[in-house]
Design a protein around this ligand. Structure first.
Ligand code: SF4
Length: 279
């Protein structure tokens, strides 16, 4: 194997391609990659607690294995691996749905009824991102259709109407960090969000909205890697890549009767976002 300073042209090209790919995954927020012959097989579970962290590469980039630093474990993957390809120029929502298939890339695939991909205007200027589907969503395959969803619809429709903006829920796009319901509506685990996050990030990159609203602490953490809680983070603009993100409360939190102040604050956040996006 040639030393790092003595690469052939082909190896140098592979090295550049490898770095670009790893950078792409980092941009997607994917810290742990995993490999497997097909979705749903025993070997297709996420690799966790591996030290040093696994790095997955397409099988075609074999030369890159030879170039990997000795302390990095390279896991070749098969052609039908569920790993995301480099974001294709012509990526679109249908293609992401196709790539997901009958996804069982994480444990939530074993207990859900339906994948809840997202709904709304595929060219929306505003995207709302929640945590994950609940029971109603799991049953219908649509995001935010339960009580919290009805509140979200009212918030969008009423706030826009009051502010003189001709915007209603179907004009925006709504999805979640994870696409399958966690049992008992528990908070998604970090590895589930990492694995499923690839689909959210592709959705956002395809839609390229002018702004994103992160509904609740889990969505804010997934998008922004925030160290502070939602109470501190809400009401201020943050950014995911170059897209402004407004964290605010999740509608299910607002349904609790003692949260009137939070409700008011959330309405203020939404007002700010709607004017920013649609004025
Ligand atoms: S939560 Fe996401 S990664 Fe996990 S099975 Fe569902 S679609 Fe696949």
């Amino acid at each position: 194997m040639p030393g790092a300073g003595n690469l052939t042209m082909a190896q140098e090209i592979d090295r550049v391609a490898l770095n670009r790919r790893l950078e792409f995954y980092r941009d997607l927020g994917i810290k742990t990659l995993w490999s497997g012959p097909s979705a749903g097989s025993a070997s297709s579970q996420p690799e966790t607690a591996a030290e040093p962290p696994p790095v997955a590469l397409p099988a075609t980039e074999t030369t890159a294995n030879a170039l990997a630093p000795q302390n990095q474990r390279i896991v070749p993957i098969q052609v039908n691996s569920p790993l995301p390809p480099m974001l294709p120029e012509d990526d679109n929502l249908e293609r992401i749905v196709q790539d997901m298939g009958d996804c069982t890339r994480c444990r939530l695939g074993r207990t859900r009824q339906r994948i809840v991909f997202g709904s709304g205007n595929p060219e929306a200027r505003l995207v709302f991102v929640g945590e994950g589907p609940g029971a109603d969503e799991d049953e219908q395959g649509l995001p935010f259709v339960g009580r919290a969803g009805q509140l979200l619809t009212q918030m969008i429709d009423n706030t826009a109407a009051r502010e003189g903006l001709a915007i209603r829920r179907p004009d925006v796009y709504i999805c979640n960090v994870i696409k399958c319901r966690p049992p008992e509506n528990r908070t998604p685990e970090a590895d589930e969000m990492e694995v499923c996050g690839q689909f959210l990030f592709r959705q956002i990159m395809v839609i390229r909205p002018k702004a994103i609203v992160a509904l609740g602490g889990t969505a804010a953490k997934a998008l922004l890697d925030l160290k502070t809680g939602i109470t501190k983070a809400r009401g201020q603009w943050h950014a995911w890549r170059d897209i402004p993100v407004m964290p605010t409360y999740h509608p299910s939190y607002l349904l609790r009767p003692y949260n009137q102040n939070a409700k008011r604050e959330c309405w203020e956040d939404l007002k700010k976002v709607l004017h920013f996006v649609y004025d």
